[in-house]
Design a protein around this ligand. Structure first.
Ligand SMILES: [Zn+2]
Length: 351
């Protein structure tokens, strides 16, 4: 797989100038989320200092729709952009990946895709999804989630700038961190794990545990290391993809309005207890065996006040179980049938 160049540290945003020069950019498209105030950061000033024309694209929502990607591609072509910088969470980076590849432009075939792939620099503003490190993108069409996978979706450059995490609300910080932790653990036990992916998972888990409280207190060092941890967990799932807890969490987010990481973290300990047999992962969490590690995880959720939604109707369990994408479960270390999944939802939701 293609290698990407990752810069981290407090002045890493200054490397944007070097990259602009290296790729010979003349017209930049800047993709960023609508909730993110670019003016509050030194990024805009840095880009402006190059004197290069910048086109802004922020016309997309949290679960980006296919049509907004098409709009982005049109704008990209109209403005003759030749370099994409994305600044945001997983959605902004995923949209930018698709625009960079022109994946969704129906007028183009696969041969021209190769020629139109433009360089892409991604700057995550959350330490969680690891989208900057993966060759997947999640795009919604008619409200339904589509996962696109293409090696060329992987951004060419990544800038991990810790200050970008400073203004995140506390709930979002907790949930994105838990997403990274779930991704590192799921990647480890995935059927597709490799010695390389397990090493990424191990490093990510260690960094998350060592920096959790500094990060939650919004200290610079914690923010910096959590960005690196989320990036490593992203590298791990880039090889393995995720497993049952992620497959089960999607319907919980849409049904109960939970953040993605919140929902994944509720699912993970119950799935782990059902499967068992991952003492090596438990040891990476500093525990002796599965049950100790699961209890540690559950206590962590209580401490962080990441709790199941209230007033859940038991009648809903069937439709939740039906919603699980079986294809994603092929990757799970243990086969789970619909009854088991329903039972797991019952435990997760405490009904
Ligand atoms: Zn995730």
């Amino acid at each position: 797989m293609k290698q990407q160049i990752v810069y981290d540290g407090y002045d890493s945003y200054l490397r944007i100038i070097d990259v602009i020069e290296a790729v010979g950019a003349k017209n930049i498209m800047l993709v960023c989320g609508s909730s993110f105030d670019l003016l509050q950061t030194p990024i805009k000033e840095t880009i402006d200092s190059t004197g290069i024309d910048v086109t802004y694209f922020r016309g997309f929502s949290a679960n980006p729709d296919y049509l907004s990607v098409v709009d982005g591609v049109k704008l990209f072509e109209d403005k003759k952009n030749d370099f994409i910088i994305s600044v945001g969470g997983g959605s902004a980076i995923d949209v930018a990946k698709c625009i960079a590849l022109h994946t969704l432009d129906s007028n183009k075939n696969l041969e021209t895709l190769e020629q139109t792939k433009c360089p892409h620099l991604a700057m995550p503003t959350t330490a969680g999804s690891g989208s900057e490190a993966t060759h997947f993108a999640a795009i919604y069409k008619g409200g339904e989630k589509h996962s696109i996978a293409d090696e060329k979706l992987l951004p060419d450059y990544v800038v991990l700038q810790p200050d970008l995490l400073k203004s995140l609300p506390a709930y979002q910080k907790k949930c994105t961190m838990l997403d990274a932790l779930c991704q590192a653990i799921e990647s480890w036990w995935s059927r597709k794990s490799t010695p390389e992916s397990i090493e990424y998972s191990r490093e990510a888990i260690k960094l998350i545990l060592d920096n959790m409280y500094s990060y939650l207190k919004n200290e610079d060092e914690g923010n910096q290391n959590m960005l690196i941890a989320a990036n490593l967990a992203g590298k791990a799932i880039n090889i393995t993809t995720t497993t049952a807890p992620h497959a089960m969490c999607y319907k919980l987010t849409s049904s109960y309005g939970l953040a993605h990481g919140h929902a994944a973290a509720l699912c993970l300990p119950k799935v782990w207890r059902h499967m068992g047999g991952f003492d090596d992962i438990a040891k990476a969490l500093g525990k002796q065996n599965d049950e100790e590690a699961i209890m540690f995880f559950e206590e962590l959720l209580l401490k962080l006040e990441i709790l199941p939604p209230e007033n859940v109707d038991a009648d809903h369990l069937d439709s939740l179980a039906d919603s699980v994408n079986i294809q994603r479960l092929n990757n799970n270390p243990k086969r789970l049938n619909k009854d088991v999944i329903k039972g797991l939802y019952r435990e997760i939701l405490e009904v």
